[in-house]
Design a protein around this ligand. Structure first.
Ligand code: CA
Length: 229
């Protein structure tokens, strides 16, 4: 199997080197670009399997790169992991809305970076065969879209249609963070009228019904929610 190819777009030499070293040591093939324009050209020349994207870049910034890549069908499928600074919550939410897959906040440990990269690559492999009728299981939790039912062991968990869609959306992509707008969009189904537009209220209700498995739905402070990995 060929090595997964990662492109790092990062202007700070120290961070670029740590990323490159950590990923190469784990067997990834790594290419680097030091500014936004060079990064975009590198993607167009040879599409990487995953892009590590700094947000604060000279020239074209990270969010703009993300917007351009996700808006172009030939590059939209490339997973993007944003490299973010502390206090970047608003930009993280924007980036996720633009289609970025995940983010690593600075300062990060090399171990954390490698774990996030592996998780995103795994998810993007899985997403190719994605099927909304797939039964999702996590420990004793079973989400069955065909029957529109959720079980904890043998016990059925009675969710509303909106709660079901939110849980299915989160659980279908464990570890991925969704902001409230994305969760709301997922909650609006063909036969669902969302009367209460507060995602937090739905999440609270889902957690309550999950009882001691409530921790499966994690809060990501300042950003949104994710299902435990
Ligand atoms: Ca930077």
């Amino acid at each position: 199997m060929p090595k997964p190819r990662i492109l790092i777009i990062e202007d700070e030499p120290d961070i670029r080197e740590i990323l490159q070293y950590s990923l190469e040591r784990e067997g990834f093939e790594v290419a680097v670009a030091t500014d936004g324009l060079a990064g975009l050209q590198a993607v167009r020349k040879k599409a990487p399997d995953l892009l590590m994207l700094d947000l604060m870049l000279p020239g074209i910034d990270g969010l703009e790169i993300c917007r351009r890549l996700k808006g172009d069908p030939t590059t939209a499928g490339i997973p993007v992991v944003m490299v973010t600074a502390k206090g970047d919550e608003a930009d993280i939410v924007l980036g996720l809305g633009l289609g970025a897959d995940d983010y690593v906040p600075k300062p990060f440990s090399p171990k954390e970076v490698v774990a996030r990269v592996r998780a995103v690559l795994r998810r993007s492999d899985g997403a190719r065969g994605e099927d909304t009728t797939r039964v999702v299981t996590h420990g004793d939790l079973t989400i069955d879209p065909n029957r529109h039912k959720v079980f904890l062991g043998d016990d059925e968990v009675n969710l509303t249609a909106t709660e079901f869609r939110i849980l299915q959306h989160l659980a279908g992509r464990p570890g991925r963070v969704f902001d409230r707008d994305q969760i709301l969009a997922a909650a609006v189904g063909p036969n669902t009228v969302v009367t209460d537009r507060s995602v937090d209220v739905h999440i609270r209700a889902i957690r309550k019904k999950l009882g001691d498995r409530r921790d499966l739905v994690e809060t990501v402070r300042g950003i949104g929610y994710r299902f435990a990995e």
